[in-house]
Ligand binder design. Sequence first.
Ligand SMILES: [Zn+2]
Length: 341
Amino acid sequence: MTTAAEVIQQHADLTKRWCEPNPRLSEYIGAFAEDVAQRRGIGGAVSMFYPMRSSRDPEPWVRLIGKGLFTARTYQVTAEMCRVTTQAYRKTERTSTVISLDELPTESGFIWLDEAVMLHDRQGKRIGIRAVTWEVTSAEYRGKGVLSMVRLVTWADTRVKDDYSPNWEPGVLKSSEKYIGRLQLQHVCVFPLDYAVDVSSSDNESPLTDDHVAWFHAMLMLMATDISSTHNAGLPRSVLGDVKKLVKHPRVSVVDIHRTSQPHGNRNTSRVIEWTHRWLVQGHHRHLESYEVTPHRAIPERLDRGHCAICESRITWVRPFVKGPDGAPVKSADVVYRLSR
Ligand SMILES: [Zn+2]
């Protein structure tokens, strides 16, 4: 079991490495961007590593990531919460995806996963994700103008066996860990917030159809429902002294399965949540008054989130929730994730 002190120490170490990168880390990122450019084209590399100007000069981009890590709030997600998230992510049948600014608990964050989550990359290789970080930014998106975006980074753990290290055994990646760090950038993408993407369309290259984004989104949704609960972990004074220059908000929020909802706090019963006939209703904006144009999903205006960007009528944010089989029927206008087997 990782302690909260170890979690914030990992966060601080990562900030330090990326704020003051050694040449090996910058070279590694430059080579990564170059590799993406060759496999997915320049466009793919440009959108992934926005706003990097050249893979020959990756250092400013590395420092930019470091800056975001400094302001990030620290979260520790328990092993059980990791499993429940993966379970929900695997069982969802998604028809469309929109991730809203209102779903992000903070503008930037660092999530430590107590149990590494196995996800696949676009080549189908298995990666052990140990941490997920994000920050809100803005960028031009596909000719739609400047939109609020989020940069999501997933971090692999050199101490977890994955498909990238065929001869893996404990300690085999020690030199890699020494120069690049224990947490190594595995995937990065920048995607728009409050922007609906139809994942059933042919748009397979959209970041919103990405496994990493889908897992992150399942986590965000569950964090906002009463399936989970969050509390602050105490940190020893000595640790606070060590990390305060590297982590702007030196505290750790622990995200766990909500215990009191389980009979007698029995951990075993909460391990497998019965998802059949349950629906996860995504957090969404709802119109508060009638409007005169064709039916549409409420999307907040960029500068006035209380009004719809399409019809200008008043809107409100509805938090995500889990609906059981007995509840009232779910409105078809709501964005629903069917949690079926
Ligand atoms: Zn509207």
